[in-house]
Design a protein around this ligand. Structure first.
Ligand SMILES: Nc1ncnc2c1ncn2[C@@H]1O[C@H](COP(=O)(O)OP(=O)(O)OP(=O)(O)O)[C@@H](O)[C@H]1O
Ligand SMILES: [Mg+2]
Length: 326
């Protein structure tokens, strides 16, 4: 099954300032601030929701097609993604703007000064899914956080082309209008949110829980350390616990890794419960590493986690698929 993962592609530039911002900011000079902070460390981490999800799917040998807009600076990141099994042939390269970038400086008190540059992401709406589908026929289009216009366009094009789609509006819900949210969700085979986003989505769309379920195939809500709940119209909710006692290093990208594991397993034809179990095991892997693409997928380790937490049957079902090309 060929999955197109649409959404943001970005890097995080994280700097540590060894002093305190408050010691530098002079209250009577705030009208003309001109400061330069000498920072100790700079860490560049690869991210962006679509790139994170594609990285996970690539590691599970699904050969996902990454769809998003980047700048001319993407070359190194592209090599990394290709090395991890991601098809980057449909990434749009802007001549004018750099790849989206989050720049954040943290001081000794954990105060932060940050900036997010959307850059090339603003051009993602120019991408034509028809061209992607012609190049490599798609079985599912995942619409993850991106330029709002691009999210709406990708969803509309998936409908026109008759390709099933999954709605993953997550952090962009705050920026989407009610009409946009309703358009992204209506007819989705899968809807992904976390618990907070589930409430925000209902509020934005002006729909009750049941009204959302009327419009989607399956609604998958991740519940942090509580695991995940899966709702379908007319059926009792299915819950799957998270992997317990994970040594949490950095939660960035846990939701994205869940989506990689879940979608990989459903694409292998496995039941949703097994899919959610693989999703939780993938999330646990990311949680235990710093960064959202710093983990390594080793089938035997993933299977050991699944076996320990969810039992031998789940591990057996996944063993037949993990580590083999889709
Ligand atoms: N403390 C934890 N221990 C074990 N697993 C966790 C923990 N927190 C999250 N997870 C796993 O990650 C999945 C996704 O978590 P969560 O609901 O927090 O996603 P999210 O809010 O979208 O995260 P983000 O947007 O930061 O990636 C959960 O379903 C669970 O399997
Ligand atoms: Mg999330």
């Amino acid at each position: 099954m060929r999955i197109a993962v649409t959404g943001s592609i970005a890097t995080d530039h994280l700097m540590a300032f060894p002093g305190r911002f408050v010691d530098q900011l002079l209250p009577d000079q705030l009208e003309h601030v001109s400061l330069s902070f000498l920072v100790d460390t700079l860490q560049v981490r690869r991210g962006g929701v679509a790139a994170n999800i594609a990285f996970g799917l690539g590691g599970l040998l699904l050969e996902p097609v990454l769809v998003g807009a980047v700048g001319p600076d993407f070359a190194e990141y592209e090599v990394w993604l290709k090395e991890h099994g991601v098809d980057t042939g449909s990434v749009y390269v802007s001549c004018e703007h750099q790849t989206a970038r989050f720049m954040c400086m943290t001081d000794q008190d954990s105060n932060q000064i940050a900036a997010f540059y959307a850059g090339a992401m603003a051009e993602a709406g120019r991408i034509d899914l028809r061209g992607v589908h012609d190049r490599t026929p798609l079985d599912l289009v995942l619409v993850s956080p991106n330029d709002p216009g691009a999210m709406v366009r990708h969803t509309e094009q998936a409908r026109e082309l008759g390709i099933p789609f999954a709605a993953d509006p997550s952090q962009q819900l705050a920026r989407l209008t009610g009409a946009e949210v309703r358009s992204l969700v209506t007819g989705a085979r899968w809807l992904f949110t976390n618990e907070y986003e589930s409430a925000l989505l209902r509020e934005r769309a002006g729909w009750s829980h049941a009204e959302v379920l009327d419009r989607v195939g399956t609604w998958v809500t991740t519940l942090g350390a509580q695991g995940v709940r899966i709702d379908r119209k007319g059926e009792p909710a299915l819950t799957v616990p998270a992997v317990p006692d994970v040594h949490a290093e950095d939660p960035t990208g846990v939701g994205d890794a869940f989506r990689s594991g879940f979608l990989a397993a459903v694409s292998w034809g496995l039941a949703m419960e097994t899919a959610a179990q693989l999703g939780c095991a993938m999330s646990a892997l990311v949680l235990a590493t710093v960064g959202s693409q710093a983990y390594e997928i080793r089938p035997e380790r993933l299977l050991a986690t699944v076996r320990a937490v969810y039992g031998g049957r789940a591990a057996g079902l996944l063993a037949a698929k993990l580590g083999r090309p889709a």
